[in-house]
Write a protein that binds this ligand. Structure first.
Ligand code: CTP
Ligand code: CA
Length: 226
């Protein structure tokens, strides 16, 4: 009906999205990070909003203007993203983890700039908390959507993540495929679901890919409710 169209397929849903990279501090001038631009996560936030959802976007440092009509929560480190994501988890209907979270952080950070010294410098790294895995272990009725950024064996690794993190959907992409990198405005995605559906999409703009992701989440929810 016209009413359903204007309301959107995610009307009334609370959607929490994470986007961008994290930065892991070494000292006041240096940090570890990755190539994530945040574009995919921001595009998903926009698509979810257009479909009527109430959207919270937990964002690592990006160069993107904050979109209108979305609650933005800015974070820097994986630990901050973990804390904010868990705060918003309990009242979320759908969580989409597009962020490229650092897997490791320096074990030690320095409050003063570290001066160079003769010889080499080795930085010891420790693991960060896996946010998505923690959510998977604690999920109640939330729909959990993960990403799998792979450079080889894309579907095999993505399927493992879908299962090991207790996800409902996973969006896999080969970060080495042309047009599918972290930085660009396009992506090539494959979406796999817990109920064993698989869709391979062609090269799409990140805006179109975001709409496909939102459509596939809505279809998945509809199948669950049958
Ligand atoms: N993820 C997370 N917290 C982390 C690391 C990853 O929530 N500390 C999430 C990402 O946001 C993504 C999914 O887990 O949705 C998969 O991230 P990815 O880096 O592809 O997989 P990892 O499980 O970290 O495994 P690896 O990097 O070894 O492939
Ligand atoms: Ca990782």
């Amino acid at each position: 009906s016209h009413f359903a169209l204007t309301k959107g397929i995610l009307a009334g849903k609370q959607v929490v999205i994470t986007a961008g990279p994290t930065q892991e501090k070494i000292d006041p001038v240096r940090y570890f990070t990755n190539h994530s631009s945040g574009k995919m996560g921001y595009a998903i936030a926009e698509a979810a909003k257009q479909q009527g959802a109430t959207v919270t976007l937990i964002s690592g440092p990006t160069a993107i203007e904050p979109p209108e009509g979305i609650n933005i929560v800015d974070v820097v480190s994986a630990q901050e993203m973990f804390e904010q994501a868990m705060n918003h988890f309990s009242h979320a209907d759908i969580v989409i983890k597009a962020a490229a979270v650092a897997d490791y952080r320096p074990r030690e950070t320095f409050s003063q700039k570290r001066k160079k010294q003769p010889g080499e410098w080795a930085i010891e790294m420790e693991r960060t908390t896996d946010i998505l895995k923690t959510m998977g272990e604690n999920k109640e009725s939330q729909i959990l959507v993960g990403f799998a950024a792979e450079s080889e064996n894309v579907e095999e690794y993505a399927k493992k993540k879908l299962q090991s993190k207790n996800l409902d959907l996973i969006v896999a992409n080969n970060i080495l495929a042309s047009g599918a990198g972290f930085k660009g405005d396009t992506n090539i995605i494959t979406i796999m679901t817990k109920d064993e559906q698989k869709k391979e999409y062609p090269l799409l703009s990140k805006a179109d890919a975001a709409n496909c992701i939102i459509q596939d989440i809505a279809s998945y929810i509809e199948r669950q409710n049958k």
